[in-house]
Ligand binder design. Sequence first.
Ligand SMILES: *Cc1c(COP(=O)(O)O)cnc(C)c1O
Length: 496
Amino acid sequence: MTETNTISGNRGLQVEEPLIFEMGCEGRSGVDLPDPAPVDLDRLGGVPRRGKTGLPDLSEPQAVRHYTRLSQKNYGIDTGFYPLGSCTMKHNPRLSEKVARLPGLADLHPLQPQQTVQGALEVIHTLAHWLKELTGMPAVAMSPAAGAHGEWCGLMAIRAAHEDKGEGYRRRILVPESAHGTNPASAAMCGYSVESIPAKENGRVDLDALKAKLGPDVAALMLTNPNTCGLFESEIIAIAQAVHGVGAYFYCDGANFNAIVGRVKIADLGIDTMHINLHKTFSTPHGGGGPGSGPTVLSAALAPYAPVPYVIESAGGLELVEGARAGTKPFGRVKGFHGQFGVFVRALAYILSMGSDGLRQASSDAVLNANYLLACLKDVVSASFDGPCMHEALFDDRFLKESGITTLDFAKALIDEGYHPMTMYFPLVVHGALLIEPTESESKETLDQFIAVVRGLAARARTGEAEGFKAAPRLTPRRRLDETLAARTPVLRWKP
Ligand SMILES: *Cc1c(COP(=O)(O)O)cnc(C)c1O
């Protein structure tokens, strides 16, 4: 193996960066200020400062370099291809970004009188209209702050509806084993017990196994469609009928809506409620934990229980409803104010700039790109299921069998090649999963380069270069971290 350590610790033009506190040098300063007049130095109301503030003393170039270098340690969709599956890391159009920054939208305060924010209410109202139009559903709760929050909101509406009918004894929620971890977590947060339903050989829900678990104590089924294997649940109508047959509701996890926007109306599938991750389907950057937004559409049966606030048209203009109105029984409120307004603006700008033809084209291209990857890789990387996929392609580690290389090693080798790894080890229904979602915005050239790299790595894996894979990544400033230790015992405080 070639030597990869350097004298400086820097790697290429990636510079080892100390903490800013370690760089400070007493008395150094980036500004030249006159000494303060010796009057009333104590402006702290009789609580004078006893020690130093502990801020580092730096010159301007030191501070500028420090933060610029830190910013370069980020990898994002704006730096390269981001093949994560179950996430829709799509390009965020600069137009949406520009609109979100308009001062009239960006500088609002949530406590402003409603008459002064009619335009903002119109943004929420118009976006709600298009979300209802795109799903065919009659109502939408706009305030949930992320997909998981929307799941919880939808389940709370389901719980309220059951309790209203005197069926509060329904305590079970069924969730397919391929589901995203937030599904069982949201159900548990609502006080439900969770039972998992197995998948069939073809990666779809086993309808017979589902029917066997259905009964009068089931509150809801939570199903992702297209599911986390990137497959359309072809028996979804029969699934909905079976669920409704026992008086339960059908929750759909809409995180993969990007695959079907403009092509499938959710209402036609018998779904009662579904969250839409605006930050996955309708632009907004969402790496690093946010911001997100998870508006949750509701059927006529669940609409009366929708949380406040929501916008209605009234005689005096648009109005935010903050309590119960005739015929409604809101289950409560899920967020301090009105939802993630900045994400609403981006989503509406995206929807309007794409138009109905553009949205339809985007979902078609997302599916086309995923199938192109699948078709170009499946002879060397083991595809988990036969046939075409939707917006993401699922592979597993059978192609690494007997090579001594794991999915993790393969993903780490991709980093040395300049690619962020795909989603690994999820979904759990296949062994050593590699889940790739290219999205609609990647060009054929980008996909071809990525395909060439994956094929090249697969060829190396076949010829038994396990050592090289085990040592990857070699070219990054840090190599393999003890991720568990880093997550469990993070060092969050610098002590001099
Ligand atoms: C992303 C995702 C979620 C959770 O959404 P957040 O906005 O991250 O809370 C739920 N289900 C699936 C399938 C997802 O991909």
